[in-house]
Design a protein around this ligand. Structure first.
Ligand code: SF4
Ligand code: SF4
Length: 370
């Protein structure tokens, strides 16, 4: 396993971190629980293979994931970094943050957390978190040694990520980054340059890239044998990234990912450049290039054009047609496109000069026909 410093003042973390969300469970609905018998050996094996970063969250596995992870890492707790997350929505009144943090510490049978995240921030949740003084409470918990690093995980437009980070309280962040979604790349580089630790989730885009198989891999000039290996090579070779979280559900999957990650550490700058060049070329083949900047999110109908363009590009540029179609219809983007007033307010904001209302209609027709 390779290790890298997590931000300017952070510890040396394994380049592959264990995202615990998808560990095996038992039962369904309210009765869903972690399957200790299956999950604990996977986490033990991860530690043996050199993984020293384990990430859980308040809500995972019907709120049973923190307990399981704490139990699994107990024998080697002081040799690893434990990370968890709390969504701002869990705080309704003063004192809630502290109560929930203490509850998590008890559940995980530990005196401190190495990394504690505001979970899944977007612009609204960040505003709410500040209103509920979650930022101040986190800093106090850090001063008292209950948490060692203040962090946030993120799902929104890149400039929102930059705005949140600019408040100056965060040591690290967790965001999306992969071969087919590089919208956060520039902001990640800037923040890493300022000393913030950057951890990424979704290195294989939730299975989309591995689902693309040989057809996807062949788009790139790469020594990688599979699309999954290519995806890890791309993510781990980006300077700004300290580690990538991967959710592994079995020992076989874990061992396979660790082996692929090992090979990814040998990516040369030339290989990295070739991936970027291939991406640029692929995008030119598309008839639109949306960077995902979200400047167009001014719509009176609350349409987010970048979601439509992302699905479209996944199909047209990377050939991930069935996954893109599923994404488009699962998110009811066809119905959303129907509500467009053709007012043009979004297009006026677009730095790529995309004729957004026309494109939304074209994309709807495209997905309805394929
Ligand atoms: S043109 Fe359509 S998508 Fe754009 S702002 Fe107007 S209603 Fe929204
Ligand atoms: S459509 Fe234009 S403004 Fe909107 S996210 Fe894409 S590039 Fe940015």
């Amino acid at each position: 396993m390779q290790y890298k410093q997590f931000g300017k003042n952070g510890p040396m973390v394994s380049r592959l971190g264990f995202g615990c969300m998808r560990l095996p469970t038992l039962g369904e609905g309210d009765a869903l629980r972690c399957d200790d018998e299956k999950a604990i050996p996977i986490l033990e094996r991860a530690y043996q293979l050199g993984i020293n970063f384990f990430d859980t969250a308040w809500g995972y596995s019907n709120r049973d994931n923190q307990r399981l992870v704490g139990k699994a890492v107990r024998p080697f707790r002081d040799k690893i970094y434990l990370s968890s997350k709390l969504p701002p929505s869990e705080i309704q009144q003063p004192g809630d943050f502290r109560r929930k943090l203490e509850h998590s510490l008890r559940l995980m049978d530990t005196d401190y957390l190495d990394f504690y995240h505001m979970h899944a921030l977007n612009a609204q949740k960040w505003e709410y978190a500040q209103k509920m003084q979650m930022d101040k409470d986190m800093l106090q918990a850090r001063d008292e040694g209950l948490i060692r690093h203040v962090s946030f995980s993120f799902h929104d437009a890149p400039q929102v990520m930059a705005n949140i980070a600019s408040c100056g309280i965060f040591d690290t962040l967790l965001c999306q980054y992969n071969l087919i979604d590089q919208s956060n790349e520039q902001v990640m580089a800037k923040l890493a340059g300022q000393g913030m630790g950057i951890m990424v989730m979704g290195p294989i885009a939730g299975g989309l890239i591995s689902g693309g198989g040989e057809q996807f891999r062949a788009l790139y000039d790469t020594p990688a044998k599979t699309a999954q290996e290519l995806a890890l090579r791309f993510v781990l070779s980006y300077d700004a990234v300290s580690l990538a979280l991967s959710g592994m559900q079995s020992i076989e999957m874990l061992e396979e990912n660790v082996a692929l990650a090992e090979k990814a550490f040998s990516v040369t700058p030339q290989e990295r450049e070739s991936y970027k060049a291939a991406n640029d070329k692929l995008r030119q083949l598309s008839d639109l290039y949306c960077s995902g900047c979200a400047y167009c999110n001014v719509c009176p109908k609350n349409i987010k054009p970048q979601q439509h363009f992302r699905a479209y590009n996944r199909a047209k540029v990377w050939g991930l047609t069935s996954a893109a179609k599923k994404e488009y219809f699962d998110n009811h983007l066809d119905q959303e496109a129907e509500t467009c007033l053709n007012c043009g307010a979004c297009a006026q904001e677009c730095p790529q000069k995309i004729a957004i209302p026309q494109k939304l209609a074209e994309i709807r027709d495209y997905f309805q026909q394929i």
